[in-house]
Design a protein around this ligand. Structure first.
Ligand SMILES: NC(=O)C1=CN([C@@H]2O[C@H](COP(=O)(O)OP(=O)(O)OC[C@H]3O[C@@H](n4cnc5c(N)ncnc54)[C@H](O)[C@@H]3O)[C@@H](O)[C@H]2O)C=CC1
Ligand SMILES: O=C([O-])CC(=O)C(=O)O
Length: 260
């Protein structure tokens, strides 16, 4: 399968290295890419033998079957509809774009009309299987996430003191921190939705890892899950697990036997 890639940052470079460099997915290559910084994109395209496109429209017109987004929430807002309408599936890293229910429903209608699919990797968290099962008959009651990161991995965080920099709904959190709290939206989509998922973001100068503590309860019982993620060396905002989860989604995209 030929894939297109949008974004040549952390996750994008990890995918180029894994899929093209190490050939980790049989019969699959990233054959075209587009990124905002054309100089970096051309360098990556040369290293990994990928066509460097000068626009998203140009990738859409190419022969790739699916497009992996590893850019920004804004890129998803601007281009997802066009990609899906062109008959290509979409794998999203910036899942925060789907917090807006109107946009979510619009994309779903486009998928239905064109036979296309959106794949949402679990990103830097887990437990989505539990939330989905717990809400399957409407008996999931509450979901919350507390994210703790070092100040340099957050926007506008105090440098020297531990501080709660946000407390509120996932829907508000992603508007204020679109590069930091996509995890709250994937949890929302698996569970109770962005308005009813509670988020706390803590900036802590004494931590080195990005941790996410998830708490949920309902008729099933109680879920408490804490993950301590190693950050990506080139972008501390992003956890390594987020990149791994996109790779796993690509590996499992058309699996015959599905786990979870
Ligand atoms: N779902 C999850 O759990 C997680 C999601 N993310 C999200 O995944 C996305 C990618 O993350 P990283 O690779 O770490 O980010 P990054 O900042 O390292 O790379 C982003 C890339 O997108 C490119 N870009 C920016 N604007 C663009 C535009 N308008 N058109 C084309 N390319 C553009 C940049 O030049 C850069 O190459 C981000 O939105 C991030 O917030 C990150 C971590 C966890
Ligand atoms: O990578 C992480 O730990 C979480 C993150 O940045 C996001 O959800 O946007």
């Amino acid at each position: 399968m030929k894939l297109g890639l949008i974004g040549g940052g952390n996750i994008g470079q990890f995918l180029l290295q894994s899929v093209n460099g190490k050939q980790m997915i049989p019969n699959t290559t990233i054959s075209g890419m587009f990124s905002r910084n054309q100089k970096t994109a051309q360098r990556l395209a040369d290293v990994y033998q990928v066509i460097n496109h000068e626009s998203i429209e140009s990738i859409i017109q190419s022969d790739v079957e699916a497009i992996v987004e590893a850019a920004t929430v804004q890129v998803v807002e601007q281009s997802a509809a066009q990609i899906l309408a062109s008959g290509k599936d979409l794998i999203l890293s910036s899942v925060g774009a789907l917090a807006d229910s109107h946009f979510y429903n619009e994309l779903m209608s486009i998928c239905q009309a064109n036979g296309t699919k959106i794949h949402l990797p679990s990103g830097a968290v887990g437990g989505l299987d539990i939330l989905k099962a717990a809400k399957s008959n409407g008996e999931l009651e509450a979901v919350s996430i507390t994210t703790t990161k070092p100040p340099h991995a957050l926007e506008n965080a105090p440098k020297d003191v531990r501080a709660v920099i946000f407390e509120g709904s996932a829907s508000e959190a992603i508007k204020l921190y679109p590069k930091n709290i996509n995890v709250s939206i994937i949890l929302s989509l698996a569970g109770l939705g962005p308005e009813k998922t509670n988020v706390k973001i803590i900036s802590d100068p004494d931590v080195k890892k990005n941790s996410h503590a998830i708490d949920a309860f309902g008729a099933f019982g109680r879920l408490t899950l804490t993950i301590e993620n190693d950050p990506m060396p080139s972008n501390p905002k992003t956890s390594y697990l987020a990149a791994l989860s996109v790779l796993a989604t690509l590996k499992n995209k058309d699996e015959w036997i599905r786990v979870g």
